[in-house]
Design a protein around this ligand. Structure first.
Ligand SMILES: [Zn+2]
Length: 271
């Protein structure tokens, strides 16, 4: 028993040592932090306001498309053009199923209730969405995913774990600045969902990520319109700040960032 306790103590000490000696997580070209600009649900105000702003400041974003939504059908060629500009098209499932239970979920139709969906059904949703995205942008490699409504459970339990292998990164709504890059699970990356905030508030989160040396993922919806909206002015203030501080903050697609994070974690003996 005594030897077992000594061994346990030694093992814990050995585990703690590399952490103490570990160098800071590195971002490309010595940048301080990564910033992901993501836009969910393929909304008209994103094509009208977000894309032109990204183009103006030369920044790349990630658009999580819902193929079943009407604005996608109506503006298909424009979404194709967004991909041509170098922005990422991400998977957000085929029809955006969410839990229909709990406050504020009255809008979820019964046939889209994630709680009643099977694992096979959501897996099919995700696979077909990937095929649709490939038909838009021609990209055949693994993509990134944002869980609709941040919900994780189907009838049989957690579905995110069941689909994690096919994605380079998965955003889950909730939280803001990543606390620790080594401890970050690529299948559970926190996503801040700004709603009615100022440009200054958005920039404050970027600066916090810079102090921590980690990353901040924004998941926007409407920009100057639609729902969960951020004004055009606040959005542009953030983009102008990021463009003026390119040497400090790495603003690019979530795909590119998570490929980097995975390589770094692997090199540092994580995951
Ligand atoms: Zn969504």
């Amino acid at each position: 028993m005594g030897a077992g306790k000594v061994c346990l103590a030694l093992c814990l000490a050995a585990l703690a040592l590399p952490a103490a000696a570990r160098e800071k997580f590195a971002w490309p070209e010595g940048r301080k932090a990564a910033v992901s600009l993501a836009y969910d649900d393929a909304l008209d105000s994103q094509l009208d306001n977000a894309v032109p702003a990204l183009q103006k400041y030369g920044l790349k974003g990630t658009f999580y498309i819902v193929p079943a939504r009407e604005p996608v059908r109506a503006r298909m060629e424009e979404w194709r053009e967004v991909a041509r500009m170098g922005h990422e098209l991400g998977n957000h499932s085929l029809t955006h199923p969410c839990s229909a239970h709990g406050p504020g979920r009255e809008w979820v139709p019964a046939h889209q209730d994630l709680d009643r969906m099977s694992l096979a059904q959501i897996r099919e949703q995700v696979e077909v969405a990937d095929v649709f995205l490939q038909s838009l942008d021609g990209y055949t490699g693994p993509r990134t995913y944002t869980a609709p409504c941040g919900d994780r459970n189907v009838a049989e339990g957690n579905y995110i774990e069941a689909i994690a292998d096919r994605f380079v990164g998965i955003k889950l709504v909730g939280g803001d600045v990543v606390p620790d890059m080594d401890a970050l699970d690529p299948a559970a990356v926190p996503a801040a969902v700004p709603n009615g905030v100022t440009g200054r508030q958005l920039i404050a989160l970027v600066e916090e990520a810079g102090r921590k040396g980690t990353m901040i993922g924004f998941t926007f919806h409407g920009i100057g319109g639609d729902y969960l909206s951020v004004s055009k002015e606040a959005h542009e203030e953030l983009l102008a700040f990021l463009a003026a501080n390119r040497d400090r903050y790495w603003t690019t697609t979530f795909l590119e960032q998570m490929q980097w994070v995975r390589r770094q974690q692997e090199a540092r003996g994580k995951k």
